[in-house]
Design a protein around this ligand. Structure first.
Ligand code: SF4
Length: 171
């Protein structure tokens, strides 16, 4: 009897963000059911608390890097992902939280938090591509769900996403 073919694994990761881009994926409803039939969703905390260990065939990353812990975590995610795609303006450009890049973040934390000494944050909010290799950047705030489905489908079928203006290398 032929062995059952392994489904590709999909992981969705969150960094500093509002969750709006992950909600775009959840908002796909029927299409998401088709995606769920084609892939094994191994990590998607917005949809399920079940987390499966890597490696992952495709990781979607939302959010920017704003803490020392973020900077370590994205390295581990990159190591465990065959392809890594960033989704949304936070992940591709630093997001609205990158306004801190032009101000004194220590002054902000002093003003906002009662115990600023507990806050461990970086001076800048940076896109994921400043930390690890990114295979594709899907821009938008929030992202377009049709484009998101196209990107997922393209990577799962090892073809170039039919979205203009980006270059991608599938190895
Ligand atoms: Fe939210 Fe926009 Fe960031 Fe997406 S890009 S997580 S919608 S703020």
């Amino acid at each position: 009897m032929p062995s059952k073919q392994r489904k590709p694994t999909l992981a969705v990761w969150k960094f500093a963000s509002c969750d709006g881009c992950q909600l775009s994926l959840l908002d796909c409803e029927d299409e998401l059911l088709q995606v769920a039939g084609a892939v094994q969703i191994a990590n998607f905390l917005e949809a399920s608390s079940a987390v499966q260990p890597g490696p992952y065939d495709l990781s979607l990353v939302e959010g920017s890097i704003t803490t020392p812990h973020d900077a370590e975590r994205i390295q581990a995610i990159r190591k465990s992902s065959r392809f890594l795609v960033t989704i949304g303006a936070c992940a591709t450009a630093g997001g609205i939280q990158a306004l801190r890049n032009f101000a004194d973040v220590e002054e902000f934390t002093r003003i906002v938090y009662a115990k600023p000494e507990y806050i461990k944050t970086l001076k800048h909010s940076t896109p994921i591509s400043e930390h690890v290799k990114v295979d594709f950047e899907l821009r938008g705030c929030p992202i377009n769900k049709g484009q998101l489905l196209e990107v997922i489908s393209a990577f799962l079928h090892k073809r170039r996403p039919n979205i203009p203006q980006h270059s991608v290398c599938l190895e």
